[in-house]
Unconditional design. Structure first.
Length: 228
């Protein structure tokens, strides 16, 4: 029985992923029972070829880009570990932070990175901080989830919680995090927000107007979940 699954969604990351893979390799050398699952979300560059060079990894790949939420759902449902953690491939969060998250998953069903925590070490442009705060305010207002950092791409789950939360997820793109928090609250899973070290990486897939689009997408999602 696998103790830990590490799920990494990837889309057109050829220019940023190799340093991340180096850190991930350093981490896995310290682990005894684990699996790494890369989900290649329709990359059109050399990302898939680079992923194939990483030893002891499973690769889920498909040709059409379906969105980050879809990719993570595929990885989470394929994972076999008793603890399942997903992490962004851009290196903004070091894979070594996983070692800090693991013991917390002995106590909580879900553990998530929180860049707003006063103990977090965060290097982020002011514009991203501002749009992030506005998005979190809007998400909390609509969904009443009381989460300080919805969009941090570093989250961990006990296996039973992961399978239950992701099996019926309807959001395929960026706002999937909000849906997951809504389901966590609805299912009454225990949640821990964890301080992290996070550093902005150039080349983000989130564009300038995406947070505005997300505001309207959140309203649509809230109606959809209410009718489900």
């Amino acid at each position: 029985m696998t103790k830990l699954s590490i799920v990494v969604p990837v889309y057109n990351e050829q220019s940023r992923i190799e340093p991340f893979l180096g850190e991930l390799s350093n981490l896995t050398r310290t682990l005894k029972d684990y699996e790494v699952i890369f989900v290649n979300d329709g990359s059109t560059d050399r990302t898939l070829d680079i992923l194939k060079s990483f030893r002891k990894a499973r690769i889920i790949t498909y040709k059409k880009n379906m969105g980050k939420g879809f990719a993570i759902k595929k990885g989470m449902l394929a994972a076999t570990g008793e603890k399942i953690i997903f992490i962004d491939a851009d290196g903004s969060t070091s894979p070594m932070e996983i070692k800090k998250m693991l013991p917390l998953l002995d106590q909580f069903d879900v553990v998530v990175g929180d860049r707003t925590n006063y103990e977090s070490n965060v290097d982020q442009p002011l514009l991203r901080q501002t749009t992030g705060k506005l998005f979190n305010f809007w998400a909390n207002f609509i969904f009443r989830i009381h989460v300080k950092d919805n969009l941090c791409g570093f989250k961990g789950f006990r296996k039973s919680a992961a399978k239950e939360l992701f099996k019926n997820m309807v959001s395929n793109r960026w706002i999937f995090d909000v849906e997951i928090f809504y389901r966590i609250r609805h299912k009454k899973y225990s949640l821990k927000e964890m301080s992290i070290k996070w550093e902005h990486r150039e080349g983000t897939k989130i564009k300038f107007f995406d947070p505005i689009r997300m505001f309207f997408q959140l309203i649509h999602l809230r109606i959809k979940l209410a009718l489900a």
